[in-house]
Design a protein around this ligand. Structure first.
Ligand code: NAG
Ligand code: NAG
Ligand code: NAG
Ligand code: NAG
Ligand code: NAG
Length: 286
């Protein structure tokens, strides 16, 4: 009788599935576009002493040099860098590729402390009134070890202006990450801006330190969702909502400040943002 009962239930399930099946749209078979299968072995992380992470040689040499969009229309760039030994110069020297005229701009320098950590000297300098679609060279570290870099400004505005975006996600910091970036750089289509969709590092091979040190920014490994509430031009609020027994629990939050409107000329743009112990920067696994 137990069997009969089960069989009835089974028939009911099959009918039910058939009903759902017949209501569903035609099954989609996207086919197979490639037989390529990546190596089953996960690629190893590049060690800290790899060439790609090397501290640049020379006294007070600028590190972590990077740029941020410096205005709304693509004619301004914020150049940021760290000097390790002394504040050094805040000057950026820059020039257009096709020009002999070198310009200079002055930025600011700041430091911060976080528990027993003291940062290097963090410089930010905004250069403005650049030409569109132009390659600029720039130098930082004037007076100590000078390093030169370049960027290309975006093309002007318009509905038929071509623009190439590179797209990369889940990069990690493995030897394969390096291969991916190398291939991107070699791509003849020449990406002008790279949109990077999250996940730069993975904790897979790095066991947690127990007990969690008080300076650690890691909060929890949970599934959930985030909310980003833009309050006004200077303030945004991010909160993390953990899935917990059917309800979403606000498990963490942080205030974010806008670097453009929260003037860089102020002594420390970090003074009430993510670097205080109770508002530490976020590391989430998803
Ligand atoms: C995976 O890595 C192990 C250890 O390095 C090696 O012995 C093995 O041959 C690798 N397998 C493949 C398919 O590359
Ligand atoms: C900071 O404190 C942590 C934990 O006590 C310790 O492991 C680390 O070496 C300290 N770092 C410095 C720069 O003193
Ligand atoms: C580093 O550069 C700064 C700013 O140009 C200068 O004041 C300082 O003397 C330099 N230090 C050395 C050791 O050259
Ligand atoms: C990363 O790739 C570059 C080429 O783009 C190469 O010069 C470098 O040695 C590579 N580094 C590592 C650690 O694989
Ligand atoms: C922007 O929002 C923050 C947070 O709500 C608030 O403290 C600040 O006063 C606001 N600024 C202005 C100009 O309204």
């Amino acid at each position: 009788m137990g069997f009969e009962k089960h069989r009835d239930a089974y028939h009911a399930l099959v009918l039910c599935l058939l009903a759902v099946w017949s209501l569903a749209p035609e099954p989609v078979d996207g086919g197979i576009t490639s037989n390529w299968v990546r190596d089953a072995n996960l690629s190893a992380d590049m060690p800290l002493w790899s060439d790609v992470f090397r501290v640049p040689p020379g006294y007070n040499a600028p590190q972590q040099v990077h740029i941020t969009q410096g205005d709304y229309v693509g004619k301004g760039v914020i150049i940021s860098w760290i000097t390790p030994d002394e504040p050094g110069s805040n000057t950026v020297v820059y020039w257009a590729e096709n020009s002999m005229v070198k310009s200079r701009a002055e930025g600011i320098v700041l430091t911060y402390t976080y528990y027993n950590y003291t940062s290097g000297y963090i410089h930010h300098c905004t250069i403005e009134r650049l030409e569109y679609d132009t390659k600029y060279y720039y130098e930082v570290g004037i007076g100590n070890t000078t390093r030169a870099f370049w960027f290309i400004t975006p093309p002007g505005l318009g509905p038929d202006i071509p623009y190439n975006f590179g797209l990369i996600g889940d990069l990690g910091q493995t030897f394969d990450s390096n291969r991916t970036l190398t291939h991107y750089e070699l791509n003849p289509a020449k990406g002008q801006t790279l949109l990077f969709v999250g996940d730069l590092s993975y904790a897979d091979d790095y066991p947690f330190t127990e007990p969690q040190p008080s300076y650690s920014a890691f909060r929890e490994a949970s599934f959930g969702h985030g909310m980003l509430e833009i309050k006004n031009r200077t303030h945004a609020f991010f909160s993390w909502h953990r899935n917990e027994d059917e309800i979403a629990v606000e498990a963490d939050s942080v205030w974010l400040l806008n670097r453009y409107w929260h003037s860089l000329k102020e002594p420390s743009p970090y003074k009430d943002c993510s670097l205080k112990p109770d508002l530490s920067s976020l590391v989430y696994n998803s």
